[in-house]
Design a protein around this ligand. Structure first.
Ligand code: CTP
Ligand code: MG
Length: 196
């Protein structure tokens, strides 16, 4: 029972890791030129704000991709944790190394996460929230929703064969917990200015 919960939780975290990792990577390596280039809309507010930069976007996607590639090679080398076998990002393993479908799935998870985050920044600005203002629930789930939407568009057969209702429930429970922990660490290490 406990082992089943642990195994399901670790597998769910494994699947969503390329999406999860984008946020801390963007916070760590982001900065410089903003995605909206300072554009202010007719409502007097920024399109996205100072918190969305090209370097954050690029470093987030690359970190997500690198993470997924490392995960793939770990699985292919027969690596296990507590006897748990983790899933690949493609249904039919490619013989030598990582396959094109896996790359597409991994990139969709990481790029989708950052697009979800950008979409939420757009909404936050439109309802008058400043960059960095806390928007509970939205701040925690924006990148998960983005990742699910994009990966469903590009890799539907992988999604239906790999992601179960149980996986989704675990991700929904674990996301706010990990988000809070990660942001407190980011705040304490001065990577982020606010602890959310
Ligand atoms: N970041 C970035 N580029 C991105 C996403 C994030 O540079 N595409 C960096 C920014 O330094 C940002 C930090 O990661 O401040 C944390 O991201 P997030 O919490 O999403 O940004 P906020 O500052 O809270 O801005 P917003 O209110 O728009 O979400
Ligand atoms: Mg935010």
């Amino acid at each position: 029972m406990i082992y089943d919960i642990l195994a399901s939780t670790l597998i769910a975290m494994w699947i969503i890791l390329p999406a999860y990792i984008t946020n801390p990577a963007a916070a760590l390596f982001g900065g410089g030129k903003t995605v909206d280039r300072g554009l202010v809309l007719s409502d007097g507010r920024r399109l996205l704000g100072d918190g969305k930069t090209y370097s954050g976007l690029l470093s987030g996607i690359l970190t997500g991709l690198l993470t997924g590639i490392i995960q793939t090679y770990l699985v292919m080398s027969g690596w296990e944790l507590f006897g748990i076998k983790f899933p690949l990002f493609e249904l039919v393993p490619t013989e030598n190394g990582i396959g094109f479908k896996a790359i597409v799935t991994i990139l969709s998870l990481s790029a989708g996460a950052l697009l979800g985050d950008i979409a939420m920044s757009f909404i936050k600005r439109r309802i008058g929230m400043e960059s960095g203002d806390s928007f509970p629930i939205a701040d925690q789930y924006d990148f998960i929703v983005g990742a699910f939407l994009l990966v469903s568009l590009t890799s539907w057969d992988w999604v239906v064969n790999t992601i179960t209702i149980k996986t989704i429930i675990i991700i929904l429970i674990m996301t706010p917990i990990l988000h809070i922990v990660a942001n407190i660490i980011a705040y304490l290490t001065k990577v982020k200015k606010v602890p959310w």
